[in-house]
Design a protein around this ligand. Structure first.
Ligand code: SAM
Length: 287
């Protein structure tokens, strides 16, 4: 039973028995909010992904407080202890290494577990790489799709890429620098070289860069370079015409007929790709 709680008349923060999910900088330490500093200074303890990392922020803002580690390896075993502390009226802040805890970071599961115990969770908003990249890209941002890191397993990854190729909304994805070139090649294969893209590198940091225009140009700009730093990718959605929908349903129909006639999905897709000029991977993923 999730508590009904009013946010408009909160007492002085931090309140006892409350879990605060606190957003922290994604690079530029000056992005830590005044409210976040107050919470981090005054909670009973801070649960953080990496104590060394959080200590850097604490030193910068003269925050001294108790730290416990809460990361992807120990989060499930730490949740009961945090709930026990909250029930004993402690106030706790949870932070990740960067940005909003819970966005591809530890923190997602604890909110539900704490709320199920009837305890309060308050989010203290801060920077988020996905939104920072989206806004700086200038692409449509009122409605968008955030995919996080794409799956590594082949079939799931192909499905995700195929979905992205058909998205009408802007898509945001995270990728590590050493896998970026491979991802760009995959995007070329699924979306075509003309698809508008922006690669946001090192957001809010000294060497912040926005590389893009389209997939072909993005590939060219990284051709001779080692990719370094943190990367978020923003991909523009397609404009789907009625004709496109019709084409997709006709392709599906033909594909199904070929499969019913005994062809493998791979052979049927290859045949239709030759016949229609569409990419085999797109046809393959229609089923
Ligand atoms: N919770 C974080 C947030 O709210 O932004 C995201 C954490 S996720 C584990 C880390 C990924 O976020 C990185 O691999 C990168 O894709 C993206 N990222 C984080 N900081 C970034 C930055 N300064 N510039 C570009 N991308 C960044």
């Amino acid at each position: 039973m999730i508590n009904n709680y009013s946010l408009s008349h909160r007492n002085q923060e931090p309140e006892s028995g409350v879990l605060y999910m606190v957003g922290t900088p994604i690079g530029n330490l000056n992005d830590l909010s005044y409210r976040a500093i107050n919470i981090l200074k005054n909670v009973s303890l801070i649960a953080c992904e990496d104590t060394r990392h959080t200590k850097k922020i604490m030193n910068k803002f003269n925050i001294t407080n108790n730290l416990i580690s809460f990361n992807k390896h120990n989060s499930f075993s730490k949740i009961p202890r945090i709930i026990k502390d909250l029930k004993q009226s402690k106030s706790i802040a949870l932070v990740s290494d960067a940005g909003m805890p819970g966005i591809c970071d530890p923190g997602e599961n604890i909110v539900q577990a704490v709320k199920l115990e009837g305890l309060d969770v308050i989010c203290v908003p801060g920077p988020c790489a996905a939104l920072t990249a989206l806004i700086s890209s200038g692409m449509p941002s009122s409605s968008f799709i955030f995919e996080g890191f794409l799956p590594k397993k082949k079939i799931e990854r192909e499905k995700a890429l195929s979905k992205i190729s058909q998205n009408e909304k802007t898509t945001i994805i995270f990728e590590s620098p050493h896998r970026l070139k491979n991802l760009l090649r995959e995007l070329l294969n699924y979306c075509g070289g003309d698809r508008e893209i922006e690669i946001a590198r090192e957001l809010t940091k000294k060497f912040e860069e926005h590389i893009g225009t389209n997939i072909n140009n993005a590939i060219k700009s990284f051709e001779e370079k080692e990719v370094k730093g943190e990367i978020t990718i923003v991909i523009k959605g397609i404009v789907k015409s009625k004709g496109n929908d019709l084409m997709e349903s006709e392709l599906k129909k033909e594909l199904k007929e070929l499969l019913d006639a005994g062809l493998s999905l791979s052979s049927a897709s290859r045949y239709l790709a030759k016949k229609t000029g569409h990419k085999k991977s797109i046809i393959y993923n229609l089923m």
